[in-house]
Design a protein around this ligand. Structure first.
Ligand SMILES: [Zn+2]
Length: 496
């Protein structure tokens, strides 16, 4: 396996788009790519990954004025004298100037407030395409803000934040929004200090609160985007036990990363792999912090983590569907295909149909296939998802098959018992949905085990204990840490 220590580059050429920025609309943003490395570099800047122009400026440095408040992914692509290409991005948070007063903004990755009508400090938001709402209030500190969000009822697409179980599309009395002060740097917290009201006849949820700081991002759920992943990988990719590779691109050409964690000897000696895939579905953003927690544990010096890196190779694709994690879509990739019905069956009748593997699925399939062709063994596969409101908080779903009887599976079930693992339960899942990552692994690689992890998402936590365990990153990274150690312990126990 090629060891690529430079996350964004190859052959000694790598782009560096410089630091993230925060400024007001109409101020000049200054971009500096001079930390990029390579011979005879040419520079090309795209100031807004979400628009259709891609070559906005050329040169090592560039300036740009963003007229509209929002948040923009700016991408730098460098090409060296041998035509090696490398790209990197930075995030520009563009705030509403204070002179313009309180504003509700959604022009940033995952942002969506529907059709918005403002009257003073009250915003009426009509959700049309998606009930996964996410917006930012500018110049709101100390003001009483009211959001009236229409779209919580049976006449609109399923609102994941309020769907309890059994297709109940109405408001849950347990629901609370989550909020943070920065797109990338902030910590999502449950918006406790707010009053929530539901008008069934109007299918409207009303939230009234008084922010104490500007700006304030408010959402039905924590949000995790490719920029969040980039930020995390930037902290770990230089470690000896970590390799980050770009294994492919999404439909919209966003990178798909594979993170390998393991001792170099473990990789060389061909120790079995645990393959982990996350974030196939656009509204299931909890997979981001869960993977961060897993990786955080695995790269650590914890004695169990050291052992886990000696005995297994951890192959993690933390974001299979980066396009959906950039846009307010519910579930699919940019072709409108449900990736988790696209692995080995292309016409499942569930979600949208496709006649062939999508580029995101193909990238991962090829990488797993290559591992096996080189003689690599697969100990287990894990697919990370979020139920809008899982009953227990964390549920390990075990698809049917011969692997359910194996010692590894039985041992993992014992690890996930609620006594050992708060808010968690392991249960059989009779899903034989063709085309899922798990079912593909089980059918393609004889002898492996595969599981799906479903974690509660939405600002209120699991149905059985809504107040105790909110789906915020701090709780989810803790789940990820515990889960990685549980997988390793189960593996060790199964080796006798
Ligand atoms: Zn899912």
């Amino acid at each position: 396996m090629t060891v690529v220590k430079r996350m964004n580059g190859q052959n000694g050429t790598f782009a560096n788009a410089g630091p993230n920025m925060r400024l007001y609309a109409s101020e000049e943003a200054f971009f500096d790519g001079s930390a990029s490395r390579g011979k005879g570099l040419r520079f090309c800047w795209d100031f807004d990954e979400a628009d259709t122009t891609q070559n906005d400026a050329f040169g090592k440095t560039a300036t740009h004025v963003y007229r509209k408040p929002g948040g923009y992914v700016a991408r730098l692509t460098v090409v060296d004298e041998s035509e090696n290409i490398s790209s990197d991005s930075c995030f520009v948070e563009v705030l509403t100037p204070p002179s313009q007063g309180v504003a509700l903004v959604d022009r940033f990755p995952k942002g969506y407030m529907g059709q918005v009508y403002q009257s003073g400090n009250t915003f009426r938001c009509h959700l049309i395409e998606s009930a996964a709402w996410y917006g930012r209030l500018d110049n709101c500190a100390g003001k009483e803000i009211t959001l009236r969000i229409f779209g919580y009822g049976k006449h609109v697409p399923p609102p994941p934040s309020v769907t309890m179980v059994s297709n109940d599309r109405t408001f849950s009395k347990w629901f609370k929004a989550v909020a943070t002060h920065s797109f990338l740097e902030g910590e999502w917290k449950v918006l406790e200090d707010a009053s929530y009201r539901y008008e069934a006849a109007k299918e409207c949820m009303e939230i009234t609160f008084k922010p104490d700081q500007d700006p304030l991002y408010v959402s039905w759920s924590l949000v995790y985007t490719p920029q969040h992943l980039r930020q995390f990988l930037g902290k770990v990719y230089l470690m000896d036990c970590v390799t980050v590779e770009r294994i492919g691109s999404s439909v919209e050409k966003r990178p798909i990363y594979l993170v390998t964690i393991g001792d170099q000897e473990a990789v060389r000696e061909g120790k079995p792999a645990v393959w982990i895939a996350a974030q196939q579905h656009g509204y299931e953003m909890g997979g981001g912090p869960i993977c961060e927690g897993m990786m955080d544990f695995l790269v650590s010096d914890d004695p169990l983590a050291l052992e886990a890196k000696r005995e297994l190779v951890w192959q993690i694709v933390p974001m299979v569907n980066p396009d959906a994690m950039s846009r307010p879509w519910f579930r699919y990739n940019a072709h409108g295909i449900d990736l988790n019905r696209n692995w080995d069956a292309f016409d499942s009748g569930s979600g949208h149909d496709a006649e062939c593997p999508e580029p995101e699925v193909e990238a991962v399939k090829n990488t797993v296939g290559e591992w096996v062709r080189r003689g690599g063994e697969i100990a287990a596969g894990l697919d990370i998802h979020d139920y809008p409101a899982s009953v227990n908080g964390v549920e390990l779903l075990i698809p049917p098959g011969p692997h359910t009887q194996r010692e590894f599976t039985q041992s993992l079930i014992r690890e996930i018992s609620p006594g050992k693992f708060p808010h968690a339960i392991a249960k059989a899942n009779n899903s034989t949905d063709p085309g899922t990552f798990c079912n593909w692994l089980l059918s393609a690689f004889n002898g492996c085990c595969a599981f799906t992890l479903e974690v509660a998402l939405g600002g209120f936590g699991p149905r059985n204990s809504p107040r105790k365990y909110a789906a915020v990153p701090r709780n989810l990274t803790a789940v990820g840490r515990s889960f990685a150690s549980a997988i390793y312990r189960a593996y060790r126990d199964s080796q006798g």
